[in-house]
Design a protein around this ligand. Structure first.
Ligand code: TXA
Ligand code: MG
Length: 324
């Protein structure tokens, strides 16, 4: 199958109505979408991504008024939806029976999101079904933030990539679940814990990292480059790996580092803007991965706002967390 990159929303809709899978742009990362009400399409998603069937998919809907069709809402979830959808925010809710176990990997909960990207909003408005879509990368690899990233991982496995330009946010959505007297944060993203706390009026609990987590995408080996990635004391790591070809992934410029000719610095935001750093992170990780480095040494970001989500992704990309 030849993969075409284009901007034809009608063509994407036609393919999706025929149970084909199509990559779609969102403001977070590109998704690999199929009709969420068609088991044929869902199986194609798992196969193209080589994704284990125990890892459930997010349902994408055009508007938060559609939440009730697929899930049972509650007042706090509705408040979060009103404030944060459309946006880089996913709600985990009790599912209705219309949602197949194949989408939720057997769970009685379903994850729902309203993407803010205008192209995908138009596409969803044309369709009479929601789109199940994981990130459009082979399982475990760095998520795609451009149409070309999608092509590099899924060429000849999908018929169409709907090109919506580079993703504005650049990190996967925040995933939250409202419980009796707390909101559980299952994945950090551009919507921060403090923002959720302010809207929900409930304390926010960060889900613990487990070997088999409640949200299986939180497996530690996720979001990883093929090049081994290390974090820690940067001068000490540079000395430890002296003589190797090192990619130094920095938030902003750092002075007085023991850098040799073998080291190349990649600065994510010269002006120290974390939003810009998040937007560029995955593209730079991919660039490093095709540039023949022996290893990556990655910076620590300030533990505030989207900095937490960046630290989370880099932590999961670390060499010692990779599946042997
Ligand atoms: O920003 C995003 O969320 C992107 C765009 C394409 O929407 N999607 C994305 O999907 O990152 P994916 O499949 O790569 O990550 C979805 C995460 C996984 O960690 C998965 O385990 C979790 O959501 N998830 C989905 N459905 C769930 C469910 N029913 N219960 C628990 N976790 C769920
Ligand atoms: Mg993913």
């Amino acid at each position: 199958m030849q993969t075409i990159i284009g901007t034809d929303i009608q063509e994407a809709a036609r393919l999706l109505r025929e149970d084909e899978i199509v990559s779609i742009p969102t403001e977070t990362v590109y998704g690999l979408a199929g009709n969420a009400l068609s088991e044929t399409a869902i199986v194609k998603i798992y196969e193209a991504k080589q994704r284990p069937r125990f890892n459930p998919l997010i349902l994408h809907i055009p508007d938060s008024s559609h939440l009730e069709r697929y899930a049972v809402t509650d007042p706090v979830s509705n408040r979060l939806a009103a404030a944060l959808m459309p946006g880089p925010f996913t709600l985990l809710l009790p599912k209705r029976s219309i949602v197949s176990d194949l989408v939720t990997a057997g769970s009685d909960k379903v994850a729902l999101r309203v993407p803010a990207h205008p192209v995908t909003h138009s596409l969803l408005s044309l369709l009479d079904f929601p789109l199940a879509a994981p990130s459009a990368n082979p399982f475990g690899y760095v998520s795609p933030t451009s149409a070309l990233h999608v092509l590099s991982g899924l060429a000849n496995k999908i018929p169409y990539i709907l090109d919506g330009g580079n993703c504005e946010v650049g990190l996967e959505s925040t995933i939250a679940e409202v419980l009796q007297d707390t909101v559980v944060l299952h994945r950090a993203g551009a919507v921060s814990a403090s923002e959720i706390n302010r809207i929900a009026g409930l304390p926010v609990t960060i889900a613990a990292h487990k070997a088999r987590p409640d949200t299986p995408g939180q497996l530690k080996s996720h979001y990883a480059t093929h090049t081994p990635l290390y974090r820690g004391d940067i001068p000490a790591l540079l000395n430890q790996f002296k003589g190797r070809r090192i990619a130094l992934l920095l938030f902003r410029e750092m002075k007085d580092l023991p850098i040799t000719n073998n080291t190349t610095s990649f600065i994510l935001s010269a002006k120290g803007d974390m939003t810009e750093a998040a937007r560029r992170l995955f593209a730079v990780m991919r660039e490093i991965d095709v540039s023949g480095f022996d290893l990556v040494i990655a910076d620590h970001f300030p533990e505030e706002g989207i900095g937490r989500a960046i630290n989370d992704r880099l932590e999961r990309a670390k060499a010692e967390y990779k599946i042997p």
